[in-house]
Design a protein around this ligand. Structure first.
Ligand code: 5GP
Ligand code: ZN
Length: 113
């Protein structure tokens, strides 16, 4: 989608540090990492948020979830990791292209702030 920063990353119109890519999914390093490993895992299809996931997205979103463990393993996260999908205003979603933060290599806190 035009003017979507993550679509631009997916289309290589702006640079990013991509650590995984296939026909449906891209994972790249967050610009402002909140943990030693902080990736953003995104579908190549533009979906604005979890609130916009429809049955037609089943294959893409299901595929994405099967890739999480592989991407985590590639980052040496055998000790665990956190997957976060900020959705909407209260959750402080700033980029309106659905993305999963993959955070790891430090002890997380619960509850999150
Ligand atoms: P949100 O707050 O929407 O859940 O997360 C958006 C994330 O995207 C933030 O962690 C932010 O640092 C990251 N981000 C925003 N713009 C860019 C960019 O141009 N490149 C990369 N790699 N990350 C970005
Ligand atoms: Zn997009």
């Amino acid at each position: 989608m035009k003017d979507c920063i993550f679509c631009k990353i997916i289309n290589k119109e702006i640079p990013s540090d991509i650590v995984y890519e296939d026909e449906k999914v891209v994972a790249f390093r967050d610009l402002e990492p909140q943990a030693p490993v902080h990736l953003l895992i995104v579908p190549k299809t533009h979906i604005a948020s979890l609130n916009d996931v429809e049955p037609k997205d089943l294959e893409t979103m299901g595929w994405l979830l099967t890739k999480v463990k592989e991407i985590a393993a590639s980052q040496n996260l055998a000790n665990g990791y956190r997957l976060v999908c900020n959705t909407g205003e209260d959750a402080l979603q700033t980029v309106k292209h659905i993305h999963f933060h993959l955070l790891g290599r430090r002890l997380m806190q619960w509850p999150p702030g």
